[in-house]
Design a protein around this ligand. Structure first.
Ligand code: NAD
Ligand code: DAU
Length: 350
């Protein structure tokens, strides 16, 4: 029985990773460590919460003593580290939360893994889940490669870049067996509605303005979250120790084009007049330091590990809309209270 610690498993991507591992590998025991911040939600994992090979552990990766005790108690064989503060806009308002969780929290995990595995690193693995934002911002042309120099430009991406460097440093300095992936924008079920796609779905549903930052021509490379979870499974089992793999959808959309597509899907699903939802599009003040374009070159993971996205964007987006429309209760639970305060502050509206 392998003991695998997944951090941030109650979040968006983490919950998909936990579900996949719990269902696919009964021979593993999956420990999900999560602080349950505003972004963590155990409702994301209702379907696996009673599985015999699953345990939820509530805790903060910033708490050094807690992390050391946890590793000493459970003697994990591997770590898949997703816990992070993940929203760029929040990092602009409150950078320190990002520094503590994304940098200090990661170092706490690295130290605990190093101590626990000291003298016998064989078969152990520290898998660090990171983002394409560490590479900075592209112009109209070009892609991010694994060899692209880091050039993070927001407090969020800088904190993720710092954590990536520390993970590499622990490999080179202490021989810690690590693997890392840098993925593009994910979309799909269970994503907290502060991020563009679920925020827009929720607003369109409620006939609220859909805020588009700046000129709306900022470009992102979108990947269905279940394809990311499948890539993490593959890299965890077949990735080469010490390596980094980029993961992306080869699926670039300017924000305004994506939102127009979403509006037309929503018009059909909600039996609205064609063009009705698009009337909600509202240009608002730009994000500070907004990165213009992200685009991943995913050739390495395709050629070396035989991974590629399984579905087209239009199909994934329609499935995502269907999920949010069918899961109104989930949406209501996560959009109450603290989220509402944040929303009013960020967009200046009630
Ligand atoms: P998320 O915000 O939905 O989830 C983060 C989870 O981490 C939450 O469950 C939260 O409670 C937990 N957490 C936060 N601080 C913690 C702490 N101090 N201790 C323990 N748990 C804590 O994030 P996500 O979108 O699922 O992203 C997961 C990971 O993937 C992050 O590392 C992020 O940088 C990376 N990533 C995200 C995307 C994306 O498009 N969302 C793309 C590439 C990489
Ligand atoms: O690229 C991977 C990254 O993708 C992850 O590392 C981050 O955790 C994740 O949050 C995401 O970052 P982005 O900043 O790209 O995602 P977000 O959904 O916040 O914004 C997507 C684009 O839409 C971006 O250009 C900003 C714009 N936007 C966003 C919001 C929330 C708007 O125009 N209006 C909005 O209201």
């Amino acid at each position: 029985m392998q003991k695998i610690l997944v951090t941030g498993g109650a979040g968006f991507i983490g919950s998909h990773v936990v579900r996949l591992l719990v269902n696919k590998y009964p021979q593993y025991h999956i420990y999900n460590l999560d602080k349950l911040t505003y972004a963590g939600n155990l409702e994301n994992l209702r379907d696996v919460e009673h599985a015999p090979n699953y345990t939820f552990l509530k805790g903060d990766i910033v708490d050094t003593n807690f992390i050391n005790q946890l590793f000493s108690q459970h003697q994990f064989d591997a770590v898949i580290h997703l816990a992070a503060e993940s929203h760029v806009d929040r990092s602009i308002v409150s950078p320190m939360d990002f520094i503590y969780t994304n940098i200090i929290g990661t170092v706490n995990l690295l130290n605990a893994a190093k101590t626990t595995w000291l003298g016998n690193m064989a078969g152990k693995l520290f898998y660090h889940v990171s983002t394409d934002e560490v590479y900075g911002s592209l112009g109209d042309e070009g892609f991010f490669y694994e060899t692209t120099a880091y050039d993070p430009r927001s407090p969020y991406s800088s904190s993720k870049a710092s954590s990536d460097h520390l993970v590499s440093a622990y490999h080179h300095t202490y021989g810690l067996p690590i693997v890392m992936t840098n993925c593009s924008n994910n979309y799909g079920s269970y994503q907290f509605p502060e991020k563009l796609i679920p925020l827009a779905i929720n607003n369109i549903k409620n006939k609220k303005a859909v805020p588009i930052y700046g000129d709306g021509k900022y470009t992102r490379d979108w990947l269905w979250v279940e394809d990311h979870a499948a890539a993490i499974d593959l890299v965890f089992h077949t990735g080469k120790v010490g390596q980094t793999y980029n993961i992306g959808g080869h699926n670039e959309w300017k924000n305004i084009d994506l939102i127009n597509l979403l509006c037309s899907i929503m018009d059909k699903k909600l039996n609205r007049r064609e063009g009705e939802s698009a009337e909600l599009i509202t240009y608002v003040k730009d994000r500070a330091g907004h990165d213009r374009r992200y685009a991943i070159d995913a050739t390495k993971i395709k050629n070396e590990l035989n991974w590629q996205p399984s579905i087209q964007f239009e199909e994934g987006l329609e499935r995502t809309v269907d999920w949010y429309l069918a899961n109104d209760e989930w949406l209501q639970h996560v959009t109450s209270g603290q989220y509402q305060q944040y929303y009013d502050q960020q967009y200046g509206v009630k």
